[in-house]
Write a protein that binds this ligand. Sequence first.
Ligand SMILES: [Zn+2]
Length: 290
Amino acid sequence: MVRAAATYTLGSIAGVISLLAGLSAAADRPIPGDNVAAPIEGALCGCPPFPEIPFGRRPSYLPGNTLVLTFDDGPDLVNTPKVLDVLARESVQATFFLNTESWTSLRENAVARAIVRRIVEEGHSLANHTAHHLRISRLPPEKIEQEIAEVEIVVREILGSEAPRLTLFRAPFGDPYVGHRWGPTFRKVAPIVARHAVHVGWNIAPTERVCPSGAGLCVLASTRRQLDRGAYGVVLLHSTKAETAAGLPAIIAEARRRGMRFLSVEDAVRARYQRSSAELVDDPRCHGGG
Ligand SMILES: [Zn+2]
């Protein structure tokens, strides 16, 4: 399975390099498809405040035939392994936004910890979705910091010196990155997140919650409707859902039938900012936003 992921990486790397080279000019222009202007103004001067992959159906810094698979929540013990099986079979790389104390306890459950190791071994990316999946906009700053740091600590416990830095983050429910933008709540949360990670929104969100358990065709149909409307970019899915695991092979097949290519979240960050997420996190100019 490691070999499958590696094959994907090698097979796509030339394409990604040429893609990113071609994108550098595009990323310097304003982004009409995005719903916030401030980070792009920052990007132009090399100091983006609160770097993020924002929401909106058509991220102009990515080509229109791009999909980026992301899986939130989990890991759970049943469906996350099935999702990994599909990704290995199809040689597609994804990013998993983990909770440490939500579906399972990553401090205590050895099987769940093994799934985290498997995610990394098979060439996928780990990212942070907070410890307990709370609405962080409602928490005091010290608790927000704790919710983010705990995931970093537990992942380091599981993977030791091999642990990747978790420089990609998605707030549970996208809150407050969807909605209260640049208000007091956003200004409370965003500087704390920016010291740890780039916030990753989504461009396509199949409506898994309305699909009956295991109904993969329902998730496929929802994805197809959004692709038909011209959406592309980061896809929000949940590795804990039986219907998502069931529908994933057809979703990948549908994307390939449309000539779409799979990139990673890190590819999207580089396309938008010409820097890696770690470089953005390590730049104090990205933490304040003025
Ligand atoms: Zn979630």
